[in-house]
Write a protein that binds this ligand. Structure first.
Ligand SMILES: [Zn+2]
Length: 506
């Protein structure tokens, strides 16, 4: 209903919403009538975009609205995604790239995809540098003795065997550190104390994570002995958050660790207490991480081969590796469960997909998207065949928005998909999606991607900590993800909607 008090803009958006809802309701209503009627309605609702890119031969099935609904209903009765992440976290657990756990995860993934009846299951070797965490200990020696909860950052070198001791200097940000002088920093331990806020989209991660990645290089440039950071996390707890850090060949390597947010608060309070006095805070640090050399890991890939266009690929993905302290349930066991279950549900509910559905479980995401770059190199000639790629790698929070990077000339043609998602409360967002870390390099090659935006309000409470365990996954949340991924996969695999090439990156 349009009411007299609405402005033209409100009226327009009301009309648009009504149209979307109507398309969906038509499909829903028709799924309860005869097949004949359904076909007519379905042709009506999809004819516009079928004309845009005409293929020969025509697809044999255009009842996509009904199919997406069937997949959604099947998903609502399935716990497959949860069962998969449970299996991975219980039977394999931590799986740092190149480790024993990682090798077990590769074998687990091959078995899992095979037992789910994928037509093809294969793996692609990826050379990775293995790193072992080892023991880590930090304590304030003076003026107030306190033990701090610390974990080494991924890739960090060790301290000398007996540890090291030095005065601590606190900086609010990496930028503040860069403004400091050599004389000030030399021989000391740098403490980077930047706080991170919670946000549904996790937008503050990108602002704080440079502390972790570049802190050691920036501190070493000024002669620091070691760097510790406030964990890149949004919890108030004594769980420290690990994650990859980088060295630079031109700059001396120094040890790097993260203390928990609670311990960062303790240290900060100590600085406040000492304000105006000339007493120094002296820290003892001992971390025995080590580089364990080159190992071979694998991208594990499972496919349901397309019945009509086997060469055209819908690529859905997650990463198989995890950090080593928790069991990698949210990061990224959830993604592994979601995309694997989505593919299986589409096959089980609708039969053989028309395009090939390819599930890629990438190796070594955590240490720099190593498996994803290997995939991109090894499959260079096949990239133009990818109709759409996407990764689930943000935990198990509910999906609230679909972002795309489609050819903008045809983006609006996927109206049946958008309508089906709108029915689940998912809005259509921007057309500048990156698609997730492991597919983020693909749009530059013209490959369309989507991002199914998840509620990540609490994701960074657990991310890369010992507290990333199965109990953090809510069954109804992962099931909602599974439904959405299955519907999107069904749509992309079983219609001739073709958003290639991706809109160029700005
Ligand atoms: Zn991840």
């Amino acid at each position: 209903m349009i009411n007299a008090s609405q402005t033209p803009i409100q009226i327009r958006s009301t009309l648009k919403l009504s149209l979307v809802a109507c398309t969906f309701l038509l499909i829903q209503a028709c799924s309860q009538t005869t097949d004949n009627n359904f076909t007519e309605t379905s042709d009506f609702s999809t004819s516009n975009h079928l004309m845009d890119r005409s293929f020969t031969p025509q697809w044999s099935n255009s009842d996509i609205g009904k199919d997406m609904l069937a997949v959604r209903r099947a998903s609502e009765n399935s716990l497959l995604s949860y069962d998969i992440v449970k299996s991975l976290t219980v039977e394999v657990g931590p799986r740092i790239p190149g480790s024993k756990g990682d090798k077990a995860a590769v074998a687990w993934a091959e078995d899992k995809l095979q037992s789910l009846g994928f037509d093809k299951v294969y793996k692609q070797p990826v050379r990775v540098r293995n790193w072992e965490r080892g023991f880590a200990d930090a304590r304030v020696l003076a003026p107030f003795e306190q033990n701090l909860v610390i974990t080494a950052l991924g890739g960090s070198i060790a301290t000398p065997e007996e540890g090291l001791q030095a005065k601590v200097l606190m900086f609010d940000s990496l930028n503040d550190l860069q403004l400091a002088s050599n004389g000030e920093v030399e021989g000391n331990i740098v403490f980077l104390n930047t706080k991170m806020q919670r946000d549904r989209a996790g937008k503050f991660y990108g602002q704080v994570v440079p502390n972790r990645v570049n802190g050691a290089v920036e501190a070493a440039k000024l002669g620091a002995k070691a760097v510790i950071i406030r964990s890149v996390g949004t919890d108030n707890s004594r769980f420290a958050h690990t994650g990859i850090m980088r060295y630079n060949d031109e700059v001396k390597k120094i040890p790097a660790g993260a203390i928990s947010t609670a311990d960062a608060d303790i240290l900060e309070a100590m600085f406040e207490t000492l304000q105006g006095s000339d007493q120094e805070i002296v820290l003892s640090l001992n971390m025995q991480a080590k580089d364990a050399g080159w190992q071979t890991s694998y991208n594990v890939i499972g496919e349901f081969t397309g019945s009509e266009r086997p060469e055209e690929v819908v690529l859905i993905s997650a990463h198989l590796d995890s950090w080593d302290e928790g069991t990698g349930a949210l990061d990224d066991g959830a993604g592994v469960g979601i995309v694997t279950a989505a593919a299986k549900l589409v096959k089980e509910t609708l039969g053989q997909p028309k395009r090939t559905i390819r599930v890629v479980l990438y190796a070594a995401e955590e240490i720099g998207l190593v498996g994803a770059y290997q995939y991109t190199r090894a499959n260079k000639d096949d990239l133009p065949n990818i109709i759409m790629a996407a990764e689930s790698d943000f935990g198990a929070g509910q999906i609230y928005q679909l972002d795309t990077r489609f050819n903008s000339a045809v983006r609006n043609n996927a109206e049946d998909l958008y309508a089906a998602l709108a029915e689940m409360g998912i809005t259509l967002g921007s057309n500048d999606a990156r698609g997730g870390p492991d597919v983020s390099m693909l749009p530059a090659q013209g490959v369309p991607v989507i991002s199914l935006r998840q509620d990540g309000t609490y994701y960074f409470d657990y991310h890369h900590t010992a507290n990333d365990t199965l109990d953090k996954i809510k069954i109804e949340d992962i099931q909602q993800n599974q439904s959405v991924w299955a519907m999107v996969t069904a749509y992309m695999a079983n219609t001739n909607f073709d958003p290639r090439p991706a809109e160029p990156l700005e």
